[in-house]
Design a protein. Structure first.
Ligand code: GLA
Length: 592
């Protein structure tokens, strides 16, 4: 059987030096019917390896569940990598960051305070043991030592950046992860990756594990820093940031292909191995995006295009060609280039059918919990993602509603009439109320769990007391909404809207359009404000009138021949019940 080892100077594949030119491609961000296409395009760029994280909460959305089929079929993904003649690197977390909801950690782990986060904590480690027993056999049987593509496995992720854990506990935690990993039959080399500075590299690893570093510029300087911490063996940039992620409210991030190409040239010229983060970013389909909060909460957009060499819709970009040319200076690359995908079909869709959230609530509602005192968090309701509807009574002289913390955004309404918005990003914690008694509702949206830093694992919903001008509101009804399959639940409730009726949210809108199966589409919702959108029952994700993303990628496999269904949940209001499919993506304004 083949071997893969970390030598004194190089990675050794069957005892021969090998330079890994790898690209990140997250199977959980790409429709499974498109995996083979994206992997092939990676090979055509000259890459010899595919790297993927494993997102624990993607496989285990609820306690007691574990999915390995369809879009969760990591084994099939790795087999496709092997079929393309490529190697694989797997990074199973348990924490992955990755701009993914909660950095991949299942929210249910922390709901009862039962598990510590990223620590040597018995509850956390027991859960990881279960997770590894579920996922790592898939990886183990595909290791190079058993004739498969997997060369190496990462332990944790940028652990050096995680605050608040004493040095001794850090080492015990990482060693425990190593033991749990080895216990599942992983015998290939293990490694850690950290940001390329002394502080992170000295805190993030173990002397016995190979260290790699993450950076996107000043390659030679960063390799020198890594060398201080990894005195022998091959140097590898485990995340060569060739683009960057986008957050709602900000611009679309891009990097100049020439600069990225030069930095990669420096890296490869120095003999280092590299993993392009990302080769192909894909999409935060559904409600899977994470968020950052370093004082201001900034949720990640639905698009994870990342300005990567292969665009979100699978097209080679100028960066693809620039990086291929650089790789070609250091190793043979295929002559063949991928073809440009055809422009997406252009058409207008009207959405004549409608049902308001108020009228649809009974079809979407989970179990209502009644509390006296604090409102329950979303996590206390076992709602790990999406929306919770809170209800209470106010009097005429309550005058204002003030929350301790809203995670992350609430539409406030009095007797169904919108009166304002509570918003974590803008630190808006109060909304004035009309001077009348009535039923106050707060429709609270979890806009994505924080994926980096000390806020990983925090609960969502309303957190802490809610007050008015004269008292604390202590009688709550809290109802989780089941939105993932809303189009099915609402099928019989939709009815044609009167032509002149204004499009006021929160309300669902449905229309049909004609398409060909397998054809990628790009959806524009100009004139709409904010909400969620489904195609043929598949929740694509969030849209917003904010910057940056203007178009949502609709993977071709979601489309079918003939009639297709578009459903939009608009939270606020729209100019007209119309949407457009357009030929090319528009990811928003850039800095330049
Ligand atoms: C770090 C993390 C990745 C990702 C990038 C930014 O390097 O390790 O998971 O979050 O930052 O895209």
């Amino acid at each position: 059987m083949p071997t893969f080892e970390i030598g004194e100077q190089d990675f050794l594949l069957d005892e021969r030096p090998v330079q890994l030119v790898s690209g990140a491609l997250h199977y959980f961000r790409v429709h499974p019917d498109q995996w083979a296409d994206r992997i092939r395009k990676a090979r055509l760029m000259g890459l010899n390896t595919i790297e993927t994280y494993v997102a624990w909460n993607f496989h285990a959305p609820d306690p007691g569940t574990f999915h390995l089929d369809g879009r969760h079929d990591l084994g099939r993904f790795l087999d496709l990598v092997a079929a393309e003649g490529m190697h694989a690197i797997v990074r199973p977390g348990p924490y992955i960051c990755a701009e993914w909801d909660n950095g991949g950690l299942p929210a249910w782990l922390f709901a009862d305070g039962a598990a510590g986060v990223r620590r040597h904590d018995p509850g956390f480690l027991a859960a990881i043991g279960t997770y590894y027993a579920q996922i790592l056999p898939v990886v183990a049987e595909r290791q190079v030592t058993r004739g498969g593509p997997v060369l190496m496995v990462q332990v944790e992720n940028e652990y050096g950046a995680y605050p608040g854990v004493p040095a001794e506990e850090r080492a015990r935690y990482l060693r425990e992860l190593v033991d749990l990993t080895r216990a599942q039959g992983i015998d290939v080399p293990l490694f850690t990756s950290d940001q390329a500075d002394d502080e992170h590299l000295s805190r993030g690893g173990l002397p016995e594990l190979h260290k790699t570093a993450n950076f996107g510029s000043r390659s030679l300087e960063r390799l020198a820093v890594l060398r201080r911490h990894q005195p022998t063996g091959p140097l590898m940039c485990m995340e060569f940031w060739d683009g960057w992620f986008d957050s709602w409210g900000l611009i679309h991030h891009t990097t100049a292909p020439e600069t990225t190409a030069q930095d990669l040239d420096d890296l490869l010229g120095a003999g280092a191995s590299a993993n392009l983060y990302m080769f192909h970013g894909g999409t935060n389909l559904g409600l899977t995006n994470g968020a950052n909060d370093k004082g201001t909460y900034l949720p990640i957009t639905t698009s994870y295009d990342y300005d990567a060499p292969l665009s979100e819709h699978g097209a080679p970009t100028p960066k693809y060609h620039a990086l291929k040319a650089v790789i070609g200076k250091h190793a043979p690359v295929p002559d063949e280039d991928p073809t440009e995908p055809a422009p997406a079909p252009e058409l207008e869709v009207t959405l004549p059918d409608r049902v308001t959230l108020a009228d649809a609530e009974h079809l979407l509602a989970g179990t209502t919990t009644r509390t006296s005192g604090l409102p329950p968090t979303a996590d206390a309701l076992r709602q790990w993602t999406g929306f919770v509807l809170y209800r209470t009574q106010v009097e005429a002289d309550d005058a204002v509603v003030v929350v301790d913390e809203v995670r992350d955004r609430a539409l406030v309404a009095l007797d169904g009439e919108p009166v304002g918005v509570l918003d974590r990003t803008s630190h808006t914690a109060s909304v004035p109320l009309p001077r009348r008694a009535g039923t106050l509702t707060l429709l609270v949206e979890d806009r994505g769990r924080v994926n980096y830093g000390s806020r990983i694992g925090e609960p969502k919903g309303l957190v802490g007391p809610v007050r008015t001008a004269r008292r604390e509101l202590t009688a709550w009804d809290a109802t989780p909404l089941r939105l993932a399959d809303a189009p099915t639940r609402l099928a019989a409730a939709f009815a044609p809207a009167p032509a002149a009726a204004p499009l006021a949210g929160p309300s669902f809108h449905r229309g049909e359009f004609t398409a060909h199966a397998g054809t990628d589409h790009l959806l524009r919702l100009d004139g709409w404000t904010r909400g969620l959108v489904w195609v043929n029952g598949e929740l694509l994700g969030r849209y917003s009138a904010q910057t940056p993303t203007r178009t949502l990628y609709v993977p071709g496999p979601y489309l079918r021949d003939g009639a297709n269904e578009l459903v939009v949940l608009e939270l606020h209001g729209a100019a007209a019940a119309r949407a457009r499919f357009v030929a090319t993506p528009d990811l928003g304004p850039t800095e330049a």
